[in-house]
Design a protein around this ligand. Structure first.
Ligand code: FMN
Length: 274
């Protein structure tokens, strides 16, 4: 593990150090730790942190195989309690396609991942509801666009959930602008800073009998706002990629239960660590 000195902070708990989001305790003084760190890593910056003493060694991890007692009365709305405890952020996007009546469909999606291989770029959407318009229209046309909104446009994108009737133009009814895609028969959302035009490849039930499928699509064209080309003020700023953080709950107390949005903060280049 790479330990970055500026990520190391004291916590409110006496004797506990935070490195990144992991808590550590140790039975050495910080100076001993600094000396050890300097010897093993050739870096003495840790000394600047002071002389506080820390106790006992090791990570402070806890294991949960079953739903924690504190969560037994929490409504999980069809999700797993593990969703809530891990609350792993996932990129937020709007999938657009044409319904059989020719009107634009828009569906907020999260739980997706992206991978490129030999110049082909794929998106794997991990949880597509088979009962929605999105699934039906993609199965009919085999074409779609993945649109990435910045935080400024999230509210309008969320409105597509209310404006979800078959006879709705879900994009314009939500205050957004539909434009033609270049390589596929699907609408793009103009206000989204990145549009990935895609073709349907395959799907698989998440588990046998599930009404959700894992769906893989391949990208045929990308359309990206030039403001995003600059990383710090673009992709990884408050104007950039948006993440869905789903119901973080503290498994010890049961406290939490709120959804939130997040953006990415760039910490440092990692290339030097490999
Ligand atoms: C933040 C957020 C993320 C969502 N992610 C998904 C998802 O990954 N898969 C899914 O099937 N529905 C997801 N939904 C629910 C759909 O957006 C919603 O049910 C939508 O109205 C379905 O549209 P459709 O009928 O066009 O398919 C999400 C909703 C929100 C608010």
């Amino acid at each position: 593990m790479n330990i970055h000195i500026r990520e190391l902070e004291e916590t409110d708990c006496p004797g506990v150090l935070l490195i990144g989001n992991q808590a550590f305790t140790c039975n050495h003084t910080i100076e001993d730790a600094a000396t050890h760190y300097a010897r093993t890593k050739g870096d003495d910056r840790l000394k600047r942190l002071g002389t506080q003493t820390f106790q006992t060694g090791g990570f402070m991890k806890k294991e949960y195989t079953t739903k924690p007692e504190s969560m037994k009365d929490i409504e999980t709305y069809g999700f797993s309690w593990i969703d809530f405890v891990t609350a792993i952020p996932s990129p937020l996007l709007v999938v657009t396609s044409y319904k059989a009546n020719g009107l634009p469909n828009a569906c907020l999606q999260s739980w997706s991942t992206f991978v490129g291989c030999d110049d082909t770029f794929y998106c794997v959407m991990a949880s597509v509801n088979k009962n929605g318009h999105m699934y039906k229209s993609i199965k009919e046309t085999k074409e779609l666009v993945l649109n990435f909104p910045s935080a400024n446009y999230f509210d309008m994108c969320a409105k597509t959930i209310e404006n979800n009737a078959y006879d709705d133009d879900e994009i314009s009814k939500s205050g957004l602008t539909a434009e033609n895609a270049t390589t596929v028969n699907a609408p793009r959302i103009k206000e989204c800073f990145l549009n990935l035009e895609c073709q349907y490849l395959w799907e698989k039930e998440l588990y046998e009998g599930s009404d959700h499928v894992v769906m893989c699509v391949t990208v045929t064209n990308i359309c990206m706002d030039t403001c995003l080309f600059n990383e710090d003020s673009g992709r990884y700023s408050e104007e950039g990629y948006l993440y869905n953080v789903h119901y973080p709950v503290n498994p010890e107390t049961g406290e939490g239960r709120y959804d939130c949005l997040a953006t990415v903060k760039r910490i440092e280049d990692t290339i030097t660590h490999y």
